[in-house]
Design a protein around this ligand. Structure first.
Ligand SMILES: CC(C)(COP(=O)(O)OP(=O)(O)OC[C@H]1O[C@@H](n2cnc3c(N)ncnc32)[C@H](O)[C@@H]1OP(=O)(O)O)[C@@H](O)C(=O)NCCC(=O)NCCS
Length: 335
């Protein structure tokens, strides 16, 4: 059996910075509320005409990851693209990346697991590498939230949280035992599917039907989030899936060198940090700068932690995610 390692990481966020004060100019919100409840100070939004899209941002992050992995695009044998905000209804962003980067006719798979999307995608790559099928898999998480958010006061409970951006990783085969992706753990619970959802437009909910079905104030073509219910489930599932990963590998909480949680909300990360008695140096957060970028949040955070020298060779790194579906997941990595 082979092992799989992250050999290169890249990230890209649009240049356009949107502060809490900027949002308070278009909706009834304020910097103090947003910072207190979410920790977010600013986020990035694609600007009309800047050429970015979910796939394009994914390409920008991927190019950096491939260069840092010391390989060429021609060495990529599979693309796994995680997003909840694809450029098209179909086809998926994976094939767009393939075309934009001129990658040969390898398989391109899109993953639809929202905030857990990157860990799910990493797990897919890990399986293909461990079975010996592929040597290099490109994994991307990218989101364009800003195009589909409600910027009126009605949408303030959701809109202030989300930002745009992309992160990417090259997962490569390694012969070194005890290193790389030690295990991944994936879960879902469909009974809560609509607690954090975007109903349509979709084949089951085209706009006229959506408007007819719903009371005037409920606009179902914007994302819906039952914030407190999401919060309560998130803290439980984050804890469970982190412990599951540690236990599988015979590790203790004290063995964690770096926890990179999905950047859902700073209060969720702080709750987990406190529960596991982790120091500030053991948990990486950058939601303050980028907001919640869903499938992109873990690869952006992991990439940034690595760039800052906070993830080093030999470190035990734990990734953990929770989000719409509900879905939740973790990965334990020996860097
Ligand atoms: C969304 C969240 C920040 C809201 O915080 P909360 O403490 O639950 O706040 P509530 O929704 O109860 O709203 C409290 C009040 O603030 C108001 N409010 C909501 N959004 C606001 C905003 N952006 N600015 C100002 N006020 C706002 C509400 O209307 C409500 O007002 P009311 O008391 O007059 O009715 C919180 O529920 C949360 O963090 N949930 C988890 C979200 C998450 O992590 N999502 C990503 C999952 S991957």
């Amino acid at each position: 059996m082979y092992t799989s390692r992250i050999t290169g990481m890249g990230k890209y966020v649009p240049e356009n910075v949107v502060t809490n004060d900027d949002l308070s100019k278009v909706m009834d919100t304020n910097d103090a509320w947003i910072q207190e409840r979410t920790g977010i100070k600013e986020r990035r939004h694609i600007k009309k005409g800047d050429g970015n899209s979910t796939a394009v941002m994914g390409v920008k992050a991927a190019k950096i990851a491939i260069e840092r992995a010391g390989i060429s695009k021609d060495d990529i044998e599979m693309i796994v693209f995680a997003t909840l905000s694809p450029d098209y209804y179909f086809p998926g962003c994976g094939v767009q990346v393939q075309d934009l980067m001129g990658i040969h006719t390898c398989p391109a798979l899109d993953v639809r697991n929202q905030c857990s999307g990157f860990v799910y995608a990493l797990s897919v790559a890990d399986q293909f590498i461990k079975t010996g099928m592929y040597k290099n898999v490109l994994v991307i998480g990218s989101e364009n939230h800003s195009g589909g958010l409600d910027f009126s006061t009605r949408g303030r409970g959701v809109t202030v949280i989300f930002g745009d951006g992309a992160g990417a990783a090259v997962i490569s085969r390694s012969d070194k035992e005890g290193h790389g992706v030690l295990s991944t753990h994936l879960h879902s619970e469909g009974k809560h599917a609509l607690e954090l959802s975007l109903k349509g437009p979709s084949t089951n909910h085209w706009v006229p039907a959506l408007i007819e079905e719903n009371p005037q104030e409920d606009i179902p073509y914007y994302p819906y989030m039952n914030g407190q219910f999401v919060f309560k489930n998130a803290v439980v599932r984050f804890s469970e899936v982190i412990m599951e990963g540690l236990k599988t590998n015979g590790l203790e909480v004290t063995d964690i060198d770096m926890l990179v949680p999905h950047q859902a909300n700073l209060r969720i990360s702080q709750f987990i940090q406190k529960k596991f008695k982790l120091s500030d140096d053991q948990v990486y957060n950058n939601i303050q700068k980028y907001g919640n970028t869903t499938a992109a949040s873990i690869p952006i955070a992991l990439c940034e932690a690595w760039e800052e020298g906070k993830v080093k060779e030999g470190d035990t790194v734990v990734l953990a995610a929770f989000g719409s579906g509900f879905t939740w997941a973790s990965a334990v990595i020996k860097w």
